[in-house]
Design a protein around this ligand. Structure first.
Ligand SMILES: *Cc1c(COP(=O)(O)O)cnc(C)c1O
Length: 524
């Protein structure tokens, strides 16, 4: 960048020239004006300035991480308020970086769900971790690209090692391969693209892919992006435990085959987002083998169950799949965007994604072709330039050790056991699904509560709202078999049984204090 800079070779760090007072305005020149040329160093800071701002940023990070339990688990501002705060014109002239960091860290970034708050039970919370924060700092500074071996051999090897460790944690055979992606949605898309190409080639007519209605919506989005129509995704009603029923699937497969359709893949969910249900992977794998179908397991949240002592059976089951989605930014305590896709035969990813397959004139890529046992990870997925997401996993596993992660997963399961026992014992609360994988759903039924289903639904929503309004805890609702229920995901390792008890007490109180229930239907 500074090859033509007069300061090059003068002893100052490359690309850094001393800050030179306010830079004259660089507003786009009008046609009759000559724009002032770039002055070396305009897009850099002095080493001293970088250190000062950097130390300040680390202070802000440590402050953030050390106060996770302070304040409410949720903060929100309205669009008008945020328009006032952030709807600024393009800043033609620069400002003070340290002040900007303060502004963002104090006024903007806290507006949202505080996923690491020990009483945040919404969605699938993650905690992130400090080594991962530093991993992003370092890999961003190094412009690390684990794309082609030539471009980033060190980063590529970090990613391969992190993938090996994930496979070991999940009990997957060593010959599986894959890559890090932004999250479960892109992991599902990536795996299903390989399944489509492998089984269907270029002909999508009559193709069918199967899942339960409890599968994640990213499966349906992937189907759409892969060029399949709405009717080509068959979403079956789940069994009483919210699981895809292999007998129902078998019957539907027979019917579809009989009708001349072309079933090619099944998506089994390990840990549905709604209730944490686990589809019977081993039985589904047997069915898929019989019919020559691809089995994709969406374990974005639930694959981490395989780390726990009681999840040992899942380790064997996962190995029967053809591909697996796993989100370390869920139950492996990583920050966003740390997702991962793993497949039994990584050559099938290469067959779909490798650059050379796409017939454009890309001579400039020839120097980066992988030779011998070099690996170009950009041949395995949709991105060419890609960040070193894997370093977060690598650095946090090296810092804390895998055993600590396993214990943290067990902790989340024990919290969910504890919550389930409390709910079962409480006269006003009823479980509405079998607690699985750290996710519980339940309903409030205080004395004299309504019997009208719509009124019961409204009560659950108002309890969720009331608890949120206290600023003490956050639990949201979901729908189970068409009814509104409360939902908790208890996987934060900083959460204690006291946090669970306090939250359930808030729920029970909110339910008793709710507007006098009326047994009227939704008609108004
Ligand atoms: C969260 C989740 C996804 C989507 O993952 P993102 O990381 O949000 O893209 C997909 N499937 C399941 C089962 C999930 O829980």
């Amino acid at each position: 960048m500074t090859g033509d800079a007069p300061s090059a070779g003068t002893g100052s760090p490359a690309g850094v020239s001393p800050a030179a007072g306010p830079v004259p305005s660089a507003r786009p020149a009008s046609p009759d004006e000559t724009p002032r040329p770039y002055r070396p160093g305009e897009l850099a800071l002095s080493a001293e300035e970088m250190r000062a701002a950097g130390h300040h940023a680390v202070d802000l990070v440590v402050q953030r991480l050390c106060t996770a339990a302070d304040g409410p688990p949720h903060a929100v501002a309205g669009p008008a308020e945020l328009q006032t705060l952030l709807g600024e014109p393009l800043p033609e002239d620069g400002g003070d970086l340290t002040g900007l960091l303060d502004h963002i860290a104090q006024d903007v970034l806290p507006l949202g769900i505080r996923f690491d708050h020990p009483r945040c039970f919404a969605f699938v919370p993650t905690t992130g971790n400090y080594p991962a924060v530093l991993a992003d700092l370092l890999s961003t500074a190094h412009l690390s690209v684990p794309g082609a071996w030539l471009v980033g051999s060190g980063p590529t090897r970090v990613e391969l090692t992190a993938l090996d460790w994930l496979k070991e944690l999940l009990g997957l055979p060593g010959h599986w391969g894959g890559l890090f992606v932004s999250g479960g949605s892109v992991a599902n898309l990536t795996a299903l693209a390989a399944a489509r190409d492998h089984h269907l080639g270029g002909d999508l007519t009559g193709a069918r892919l199967y899942c339960s209605t409890q599968a994640h919506p990213s499966v349906a989005r992937a189907v759409h992006l892969l060029g399949l129509g709405r009717d080509q995704l068959v979403a079956l009603e789940p069994d009483a435990g919210q699981r895809l029923d292999p007998r129902d699937l078998a019957a539907r497969l027979d019917a579809d085959l009989g009708a001349g359709l072309r079933p090619f893949a099944v998506v089994a969910t390990v840990g549905t987002t709604g209730t944490g249900a686990v589809d019977p992977v081993t039985d589904l794998a047997r069915l898929c083998r019989r019919h020559g179908l691809w089995l994709h397991v969406d374990g974005a949240h639930g694959a981490a169950f395989a780390l726990s002592a009681r999840g040992h059976g899942l380790r064997d089951a996962l190995g029967h799949a053809d591909s697996l989605t796993f989100d370390p930014h869920k139950w492996l305590f990583q920050p966003y965007e740390t997702g991962c896709v793993l497949v039994r035969d990584p050559e099938l990813l290469r067959a779909t994604f490798r650059m050379a397959r796409h017939h454009l004139d890309t001579g400039y890529l020839h120097p980066a072709q992988a030779r011998h046992d070099e690996v170009n990870l950009d041949d395995l997925g949709p991105q060419q330039s890609r960040g070193l997401r894997a370093l977060k996993v690598w650095l946090s596993l090296k810092t804390f050790g895998a055993a600590a992660f396993r214990r943290a997963v067990d902790h989340g399961l024990r919290l969910s056991d504890h919550a389930a026992a409390r709910i079962t014992a409480h006269p006003d609360l009823d479980l509405t699904s079998t607690p699985g994988l750290g996710i519980l759903t339940f309903r409030c039924r205080p004395p004299g509560s309504p019997t009208d289903p719509a009124a019961v639904d409204r009560l659950q929503q108002s309890v969720s709202d009331a608890v949120r309004a206290t600023g003490e805890a956050l639990l949201l609702t979901t729908r189970v078999r068409g009814r509104t229920v409360l939902r908790m995901c208890t996987i934060n390792p900083a959460t204690t049984t006291a946090d669970i008890d306090a939250t359930l007490a808030l729920v029970a109180r909110a339910a008793r204090e709710a507007e006098p229930p009326r047994n009227i239907s939704d008609r108004t």
